[in-house]
Structure formats: structure tokens, C-alpha cells
Design a protein. Structure first.
Length: 357
């Protein structure tokens, strides 16, 4: 196979909480008219699998490539499964997202019949003054108290409302009740799954009312999948100087994914090597990307999936890129951050599985 970066189709979700920020603030073209809540940059979710747009694999879905070329795509050390392990999105919380949660792995297997749940992280690209997010419940809230608040739709009575600022990130473990918006634009990375339980009286897709019986069943399922102990915090990430004008910032990391933001000026190119698949999303001005003999342009708010077989990528600055992948936490995260002088407690705050040894 003559591997090169994969340009993929991006399913679009026009849920009622969306606006026009992905088009107007990020400059994304080709979007439908009306509200755009989400673009799924890399997806292997059932029914919404990305398809390769060009090259020798054009027309193949990500699911098909996973089945036919698992090691070339994923790289050594990652257990191949039927689905590509990562889902990434732009999300426009023009209005507030529904209060909801996603099951963690054990709960998804027990109650949803799914192989895993959905832990996620949000990296805030833009936020209106005073923007907030609901992330987890307050200490001391029990199932009965949460149920009463959900019945009253009084989320602030039991949930933690946190300030949201551009450039910050929060790691949200499965089972954490959450929402964000209005006025919030994020890039999200998560486990490949679309399982979720909502607390709302209306459907997020079109705003239509949820019948009473369905709503009460939704609340019961949400309470069964809720994990009260998670109280995540937003943080600015941890940075490491790489080259003259090139900086790596680890935004979030855990056993399921890592998300980093790399920036480069014009003095030195951004040269990046890797042994497992990488998702490369452009958060800045258009850039030129080179992988071996392949060279192409990556516009703002667009994404390339870099198969592991490529091994390296070069991007000429100025550049501002988001890079997502499944990490080896010791090798990829803990060791380089410790070497850069970051303390164990700060590293542990990036996500899960990074507690001091």
C-alpha cells in the first residue's frame, strides 16, 4: 500500500443547540445552511463512519480499512478491534447542550451491550465572556437528591458550574454528568461510541418534546449509569519546548486518548515522528503538510488521519495543530513531561492513569 494522509468525510449534526461558529469563527467551508452543532472529523461510529475521499483507498470506510490493514493504520502495540478507537469533533455550543452522560466501560458492557463506554475531553477553542460548563455533581449529592433535581430540571442545585476559557481543557470520564454552552466552541476527542443518556424534556436533534414515559425511563437509565465521584477541572495543559519556535502542549491524557496542541513559527518546521495513528486537525491558518513524497494543504478546521505506516510528518510554520492519538502513558506523556520539569501532581491532573508512581 502506498500510504499517505487520509482525508475523510465528516458527518455533520444539525442539533438545535448548534449555531454558525464552525463556519464563521473557524472558517470551515462546505457546511449546510442552518445550525451546525457538530462535525465529526474522524468517526467509526456505527452509521456515521468516515469514508476516504481520495487516493488508493478512496471510497473505503474507516471500518473497512481497520479490517483490511489494522497494523498499518493503527501501529504496533494497539489492539485492533472492529472500530477505529478515536472519535473527534468540532462542537458549537451556541446554545446549551443537553445535560447528559456517557457510560464508562464496565457500565457500557453491563447495561448497554457495548464493548466500551465513552470518556472524552473538551479543548475550548472559543468562549463568550462569562461562559460556563456543568461538569459533575457537588460533593454529597446522592441518587435521590440528583433524581429530585432532574425531575425539577434544576441542574444548578446539584451540579458544579465551572468557568470556561479559551485554551483550557477538561478530561471527562465516563459516567460524569455534564453540559456546556451557550457561547462555547470546542474540539472534542473521545472513545468511539455514541451511547448517551439525557436528562432533558426535549430531543436535542429537533427540539421536539420527549413523552413523559420516555423521559422517566431516560432518567432511570441515567441514574443507573451515573458515577458520582468524578469532579473534573479545566486546566491550561503542560508545555514542552521542542525546537526554535516549536512548542508542544499536552492538553489531556488517559488510557483511551491523548490530545496535544503543537505550535510553530517560521524559524524551524514542525517535524513530528510517530509509531501509532495520529489525528491531525488544523486550529490555525492553512498549512502545507508533507509525509514522504506526499505534500498537501490542510485548511483551517480540517483534519487528516495519519496512518502509523507513515511514521513522520513535517508542517511548515506558522502552524497551530491539534494532535490526537492513543498513548503509551509512560513513554509519551509522563517521561517527557517529567524531563521538562513538570511535577507529578500537575501531570496527574491531565486525566486518568497518570497518578504519581
Amino acid at each position: 500500500m502506498d500510504w499517505h494522509p487520509l482525508r475523510l468525510t465528516t458527518p455533520v449534526k444539525q442539533h438545535v443547540f448548534g449555531g454558525r461558529a464552525i463556519a464563521e469563527r473557524l472558517g470551515r467551508t462546505g457546511l449546510p445552511d442552518g445550525p451546525v452543532a457538530e462535525t465529526w472529523e474522524v468517526s467509526d461510529v456505527d452509521g456515521d463512519a468516515s469514508t476516504v475521499l481520495d487516493g488508493p483507498l478512496a471510497g473505503r470506510t474507516l471500518r473497512q480499512i481497520m479490517a483490511e490493514h489494522p497494523e498499518d493504520l493503527l501501529g504496533p502495540g494497539l489492539t485492533p478491534g472492529p472500530r477505529f478507537p478515536l472519535l473527534t469533533k468540532f462542537i458549537d455550543g451556541h446554545g446549551p447542550l443537553p445535560v447528559h452522560l456517557h457510560a464508562d466501560d464496565p457500565t457500557a458492557r453491563r447495561l448497554e451491550g457495548e464493548p466500551h463506554g465513552k470518556t472524552e475531553a473538551w479543548h475550548v477553542l472559543d468562549a463568550a465572556p462569562g461562559a460556563t460548563a456543568l461538569v459533575g455533581v457537588r460533593p454529597g449529592v446522592d441518587r435521590a437528591g440528583l433524581h429530585r433535581a432532574l425531575l425539577a430540571q434544576d441542574f444548578d442545585a446539584v451540579m458544579r458550574r465551572l468557568p470556561v476559557r479559551a485554551g483550557e481543557t477538561v478530561y471527562v470520564p465516563g459516567g460524569t454528568l455534564h453540559s456546556f454552552g451557550p457561547g462555547t466552541l470546542v474540539y472534542e476527542i473521545e472513545q468511539t461510541s455514541d451511547i448517551q443518556q439525557h436528562a432533558m424534556r426535549s430531543h436535542m436533534e429537533d427540539g421536539s418534546p420527549v413523552p413523559d414515559a420516555e423521559w422517566h425511563a431516560n432518567l432511570a437509565s441515567l441514574l443507573d449509569e451515573w458515577r458520582p465521584e468524578h469532579r473534573p477541572e479545566f486546566h491550561p495543559g503542560l508545555s514542552v519546548g521542542v525546537d526554535d519556535g516549536v512548542r508542544r502542549t499536552v492538553l489531556s491524557a488517559g488510557p483511551y486518548f491523548a490530545l496535544e496542541r503543537w505550535t510553530a513559527g517560521t524559524t524551524a518546521p514542525l517535524a513530528y515522528t510517530f509509531s501509532t495513528a495520529r489525528i491531525l486537525t488544523n486550529a490555525g491558518a492553512p498549512v502545507t503538510v508533507t509525509c514522504g513524497p506526499w505534500t498537501g494543504r490542510l485548511d483551517r478546521a480540517r483534519t487528516l488521519l495519519l496512518p502509523a505506516a507513515l511514521g513522520e510528518v513535517r508542517v511548515q510554520g506558522p502552524a497551530d495543530l491539534l494532535i490526537g492519538y492513543v498513548p503509551d502513558l509512560d513513554r509519551d506523556i509522563r517521561a517527557p513531561l517529567l524531563a521538562a520539569g513538570h511535577g507529578p501532581a500537575a501531570i496527574a491532573a491531565l486525566g486518568e492513569g497518570l497518578d504519581p508512581l
